[in-house]
Design a protein. Sequence first.
Length: 404
Amino acid sequence: MDHVIHTPADSEVSVPDGVGWVRTWGASPQAPDDSVSSIDAFENATLRQFVRISGGGRRIRVRLSNEYGTERLVIGAARVALADDDGADREGSSRAVLFGGRPAVTVPAGAPVLSDPIDLPVDALARLALSLYVPGRVDTVTCHGTFHALGLLIPGDATGLGAPPEEAAPLPAQGFLTAVEAWPGTPAGAVVVLGDSRTDGIGSTPGTDRRWTDLLAGRLHARGGRTRCVINQGIGGNRLLSDGVGTAALARFDRDVLATPGLGHVVVAVGNDLVFSFAPRTGETAGFLAMFPGEPVGVDDIIAAHLQVAARARAHGARVHAATIAPYGGSEMYSPEGDQAREQVNEWIRTSGAFDGVLDFDAVWRDPADPTRIRAGLHMGDHLHGNDAGYAALAESVDLSLFD
């Protein structure tokens, strides 16, 4: 049976059941003081940002956020284009981004805004350049303290420029942009990964889309069949049960996961609660851990948190998968007690039957000669985070049939 969908830029569009908007890229919004990197106050400037989507579509729309802003946000103009390898617009691809048919929009403090549909056909794994002109002063920028993306801050209204000018300065974080959604025209679904810095890709080469989620999106696209978009909702330093760097994963779950258009699968991959709870509080480690308030947690707490993720996701019709917690021996965060707790949680993830699938990242990364450590050549040098090879190994290990 067909149904009718109304969108701001369309009249009536008749489509088959199961076809509609699906999120194809995302980044969890953060307050600037709860982020590993943030954007300083600025005014009369253009933010030009680059994202690689996972699944394609006939048209797209973007989601911007002022959710952590303290004042209303005025976007004076916005454009989106397909980007080439040098960050310039591909010829003929630049489109105005409108809001209710208008080129400017005012976003209240604490709110997001969704653009009108944009008639820009995009292929899977396409790279987009989004330019946002902000005429007024912004003191508090809702951001995502990313480790992997590149962006630029340009004086004045540069939305009409097809290539970055020389006076562009690098952005240390993503600003305002939190999602890109696509209309594929055929049935599609989203795989949302709720994670920490290992999901957000610390240690991967910036600007090259080599997080394990990016590589998984490439594998799913190469396999063909029904479109499966992969949405990375990782935050470096994030925890399941307590705030710290970013809002706690259980607290942001409705916004970042359950509200995802086209949601079909959820992967939970957050291991910091145990790592931080058992980490030695000496020297520089003590100063770092001061960023993470709250009581220490144990194995039973983490199991309960995983069960909450599973129950809340299934209530929305999604299938739920869990990643085991990879080793971190040799890092400043390591303790034997923490490692024992990690192993207990991993054993429960593997054997409890609580999930529709398990991504055994511990088995992929652990050194056979010392299972408390990541194998040489797979971490960035800190014995905690992956490098390009390490994230590639995780992506290659995932059974694609989990997402059928």
